[in-house]
Design a protein around this ligand. Structure first.
Ligand SMILES: [Zn+2]
Length: 414
C-alpha cells in the first residue's frame, strides 16, 4: 500500500511538472515566463512589479545618453493578460523594450525621463505560491550622481556591457581559411536587427527583423546552389547581434563579400523600392545620411553604449585597403542594381552611400541592401510575400555570381 502511494505521488509529480513547464520560447528551449507587469508612480519615485513563473536572478546596469536602466534576466518570454507583450511606461520610465540579447539572456531596457537609480530590488514568492515577484523601486537622482554611478560601474566591467559573442560561437567550428585559394568564396549574409532590436515596424505591423531574416535564409540557399560559395549568416535565429560583432564576424571569416539586409522605415511614406548602400564618410544625400544615423543607433536599443568613435585611421595600410575595398563594394553595388532592376522596383538613384557602421570591415567588400521601406504600404505587402522574397534572393544570387565570375575557374569546354 505504501509503495502504491509513493508511485501515485511520483506519477502526480510528473504530471504536475509537465503542466508547469513553460511553453518553448522563440529559441525552442524553455525559459522563464513573465506573466504580469505593472509600473506605477510619478517623476520622483516609480515602482515596477513583475511576476515570473520561477525565481530568477537579475543583473542591473546603467547607460547614459540616453539615460537607461538595463535589466538582464535569464532567458524569459513575456505573456501578459490578453496575450499582450508590451510594457506600458509610467513615472520615471519613458519607454520600455524587451527581448533576447543572446541565447541565454533576455534584456529589459527602461529608457528614463531623467536621472534615476534603482534604490531597492527584491524578489519574493507570490502569496498564491505560483511564482515570484520582482519589485524594483526607482528614484530620481541628480545628473551628477547618475554620471558617478556610471563611472563606478564602468570601472568594474568596461563600458560596453556584456553580450554573447556570436562570431566566436560560429567560427569555432569552421576553418576560416578553408575557402581560400581553392576556388571557393565566403559570403556573409547579415540579416539586419534581431532579438530585442526589432528594427523598423511597418504600417501594417511587420517587424523588420523578421523580413531581413526570411530573405537572408532564402538567399543563403540560392547562393549555395548557384556557385562555389560558403555562406554564413551573422545570426541564425531571432537574437541580438551588435554592429561591432557583425563587422568582427565578417573580418574573422576573411569573407569575400558582405551583404547586410534591411527593410527600414522613412518619414516620407511615399518613398518605395530597393536601395543599395555602400560606405562613405560623406553621405550621397540627406535621406541616406539620416538612415545611416538611425541604423547606427541600433546598439542603443539593446542597451549597449555607443561605440567610441575612433575615426582617425592611423594605419596608412588600413586606409589604403579600405579605399580599395570601397571600389570593389561600389562595383558590386553596380552589378546588384543592374540585376535587381530586371525584377523589382528600385528607388530613384538606387546606388547610394552613407556612413553605415556595419559596412566598416576594411578588407571586405560590403553593401547594405534596403529591400524596400516598411513605411510604404505596398513595399510592406511585397516584402511579406514569400514569392517576392524568393525572387529577390534569386536576383541577388545572380548578381553575386556575376561579381565573382572573373575569379571563377573557366568552365570545361564541351
Ligand atoms: Zn534596419
Amino acid at each position: 500500500m505504501r509503495l502504491l502511494l509513493i508511485f501515485a505521488c511520483m506519477f502526480f509529480a510528473l504530471v504536475a511538472d509537465s503542466f508547469a513547464q513553460p511553453e518553448p520560447s522563440e529559441n525552442n528551449k524553455p525559459g522563464a515566463v513573465g506573466f504580469a507587469v505593472r509600473i506605477m508612480g510619478d517623476d520622483n519615485s516609480t515602482r515596477m512589479l513583475m511576476d515570473f513563473d520561477t525565481k530568477l536572478t537579475i543583473n542591473i546596469q546603467y547607460m547614459d545618453q540616453p539615460r537607461r536602466i538595463v535589466i538582464d534576466l535569464p532567458k524569459t518570454v513575456f505573456r501578459f493578460a490578453g496575450g499582450k507583450t508590451a510594457i506600458e511606461p509610467r513615472g520615471l520610465v519613458d519607454l520600455v523594450r524587451h527581448g533576447a540579447i543572446s541565447k541565454e539572456t533576455t534584456r529589459i531596457v527602461l529608457t528614463l525621463k531623467g536621472a534615476a537609480k534603482v534604490s531597492s530590488q527584491e524578489i519574493s514568492e507570490l502569496k498564491s505560491g505560483i511564482g515570484h515577484r520582482l519589485i524594483l523601486d526607482i528614484d530620481a537622482i541628480s545628473q551628477q550622481d547618475f554620471t558617478k554611478l556610471i563611472e563606478e560601474q564602468n570601472k568594474i566591467r568596461g563600458a560596453s556591457g556584456a553580450v554573447a559573442k556570436k562570431g566566436d560561437r560560429v567560427f569555432k567550428n569552421k576553418n576560416t581559411n578553408a575557402g581560400k585559394n581553392n576556388g571557393r568564396f565566403t559570403i556573409i549574409i547579415d540579416p539586419g536587427h534581431g532579438g530585442i532590436d526589432g528594427g523598423a515596424v511597418g504600417v501594417g505591423g511587420t517587424k523588420e527583423k523578421t523580413i531581413t531574416f526570411a530573405v537572408a535564409v532564402q538567399l543563403k540557399k540560392k547562393l549555395e546552389k548557384i556557385g562555389p560559395f560558403d555562406v554564413v549568416l551573422t545570426r541564425d535565429e531571432d537574437v541580438f547581434v551588435s554592429l561591432r560583432q557583425r563587422v568582427d564576424f565578417t573580418r574573422t571569416a576573411q569573407a569575400d563579400l558582405f551583404i547586410s539586409i534591411h527593410a527600414d522605415s522613412l518619414s516620407q511614406r511615399r518613398v518605395r523600392g530597393s536601395t543599395i548602400y555602400t560606405l562613405s564618410k560623406k553621405a550621397s544625400d540627406r535621406l541616406s545620411a539620416s538612415l545611416a544615423a538611425s541604423e547606427n543607433l541600433s546598439d542603443l536599443v539593446a542597451g549597449l553604449a555607443l561605440p567610441e568613435e575612433k575615426e582617425v585611421v592611423t594605419d596608412i595600410l588600413v586606409e589604403l585597403t579600405a579605399r580599395e575595398t570601397i571600389r570593389f563594394s561600389r562595383h558590386f553595388s553596380g552589378i546588384l542594381a543592374g540585376t535587381l532592376k530586371n525584377g523589382i522596383t528600385l528607388i530613384k538613384n538606387p546606388q547610394r552611400y552613407a556612413a553605415f557602421g556595419v559596412l566598416k570591415a576594411p578588407e571586405v567588400p560590403s553593401v547594405l541592401l534596403e529591400l524596400g521601406y516598411l513605411s510604404n504600404k505596398e513595399d510592406e505587402k511585397l516584402m511579406n510575400s514569400k514569392l517576392w522574397q524568393a525572387k529577390v534572393a534569386r536576383l541577388v544570387s545572380e548578381a553575386v555570381l556575376k561579381f565573382f565570375k572573373p575569379r571563377l575557374p573557366l568552365p570545361l569546354q564541351p
